[in-house]
Design a protein around this ligand. Structure first.
Ligand code: ATP
Length: 461
């Protein structure tokens, strides 16, 4: 095959670039690295992106994550794949926080269709715990070129991001990045502007403002390069939101991601209790077998059984603001829960991520008869001995107590945590039944018509 033919073949092939674990709690951010690399791919290599950069959140209940367990995949049709790969390696080597414990993984896949094994690895990375060894084995078997740095744990995320077509419900996030010299300083954001634009752009954007605590939710607090991020349904609206904020700080730029954030993708699978492993996520239909118990800190614990009569504790943490509802549950109530499985005092415990009340047990209490003369509740004279009015002493020997339905103070339906306690993957209320369908043509059209990466460094243009 001649060089010309080689180039032609390459132009028709998609290069999928996945990476993860480039940051540490001390700083840096995998999405920022993605922004820097994408800038080079667009400006230096004139790479043709066939999808938005993908920000894929993986199982949020694994112990290994730094913050939000996010991995990135870039899908391009370029001309110089080998040079692009070199550039990506260079970026991971030079911009990862290796000295503070980042363990990056970088993977390249150069075919149009992703192998089933990678898709299935991605699916499993959403809600279970995978090993680096399994990831390496699958990568080798499927001719995926990969590079490990530090301990290389990031390979799991890198492959999972490549394997996530995101061909079902999805959202967008525009993330604005800070200049190096401002990292670590306080982010100045006009609270009233955030609220005003949030009100105007709802439901096209979400989780920008906590209306109960009057707190801005768009910005992290740590020393990472993210200035703020706006999540929503439409990349044009999320980007415009940031531009309308009139941020004083001179920013480095922004980039738009297509993401599984806000989709509950980690909670889609149902497993019986005996099959739930620690640090996995999912949902389960179950029935209460104990009354809820309020413990120190205002958290609530109750026990539930599944269809096989296996029993596990459920923990509802105070910051979710679901404790008041949970405390009203009664034995035999039927519920569905979204959970993250953890180990507490050597016991498997399901941390509640959402509560859906399916059936409330009818509760009732018994009331003594009322005196016909005084309208007073009569007193029991003892078992089967009738009742007597405490005032006029009238007796009723043949009357019985009547059952009165108790108002449970609770209705069936879906209860999800307060926005402030949302995980990246938590689906907000208003997104239920409004999940997006995947439409490849529409996404390509959006990609073409959106300024999805800032043109110039030094601002939001
Ligand atoms: P950020 O959200 O700030 O990017 P992070 O929370 O993603 O940070 P990472 O530094 O990426 O944290 O660390 C997560 C690590 O866990 C990565 O090495 C990733 O490959 C790995 N990982 C992700 N999902 C799984 C999983 N399901 N099983 C095993 N390892 C996983």
């Amino acid at each position: 095959m001649n060089n010309h033919q080689n180039n032609k073949d390459e132009e028709n092939k998609i290069l999928h670039i996945g990476f993860d674990d480039t940051d540490s709690t001390n700083g840096k951010c995998t999405t920022h690295l993605a922004y820097l690399l994408t800038n080079v791919l667009v400006k230096k290599f004139n790479a043709n992106f066939i999808d938005f950069p993908l920000l894929i959140r993986l199982n949020p209940n694994i112990p290994l994550k730094t913050r939000g367990n996010g991995a990135v995949c870039l899908r391009i049709k370029g001309k110089e794949h080998d040079k692009i790969k070199e550039e990506a390696i260079h970026f991971i080597e030079n911009y990862s926080d290796l000295e503070n414990g980042a363990n990056p993984g970088l993977a390249f896949y150069e075919e149009n269709n992703i192998p089933n094994e990678i898709i299935s690895l991605s699916n499993n990375a959403m809600d279970t715990v995978l090993s680096k060894q399994i990831a390496e084995k699958i990568a080798r078997k499927n001719s995926i070129q990969y590079h490990l740095f530090g301990k290389g744990y990031g390979l799991v995320g890198a492959l999972a991001a490549i394997g996530c077509y995101l061909d079902a419900d999805h959202t967008y996030e525009t993330i604005a990045y800070r200049k190096k010299e401002n990292i670590g300083t306080i982010r100045k954001i006009d609270k009233s502007k955030v609220k005003e634009i949030s009100d105007k752009s709802f439901p096209h954007t979400f989780n920008n403002f906590d209306y109960r605590k009057k707190r801005v939710l768009i910005a992290p607090h740590g020393p990472d390069p993210v200035f703020c991020g706006i999540r929503g349904e439409d990349p044009i609206i999320t980007t415009q939101f940031i531009k309308n904020l009139q941020i004083d700080e001179d920013l480095e730029g922004y980039m738009v991601y297509r993401s599984n954030q806000g989709t509950n993708l980690h909670l889609t699978k149902e497993r019986r209790f005996s099959g739930i492993l620690p640090f996995t996520s999912g949902h389960i239909s179950c029935q209460l077998v104990t009354k809820p118990n309020i413990i120190n800190g205002g958290h609530v614990i109750f026990y539930v059984k599944d269809d096989f009569n296996d029993v596990l504790p459920v923990a509802v943490y105070e910051p979710t603001r679901l404790t008041k509802i949970a405390a009203l549950l009664e034995i035999d109530d039927k519920i569905e829960i979204g959970y993250g499985a953890h180990i507490k005092s050597n016991k498997k415990t399901l941390n509640l991520e959402y509560l859906s009340i399916k059936e409330l047990k009818e509760a009732s209490y018994f009331k003594n008869p009322v005196c016909g003369k005084c309208n007073k509740n009569m007193k029991s004279e003892g078992k089967n001995k009738g009742f007597q009015c405490p005032r006029c002493k009238t007796k009723k020997n043949n009357e019985v107590k009547t059952a009165i339905k108790k108002d449970r103070g609770l209705t069936c339906g879906l209860y999800i945590p307060d926005p402030i306690a949302h995980r990246h993957l938590t689906k907000p209320y208003f997104r239920y039944y409004k999940e997006k369908k995947y439409d490849k043509k529409q996404i390509l059209c959006l990609l073409k018509n959106t300024q999805w990466i800032s043109k110039n460094s030094g601002g939001l243009i």
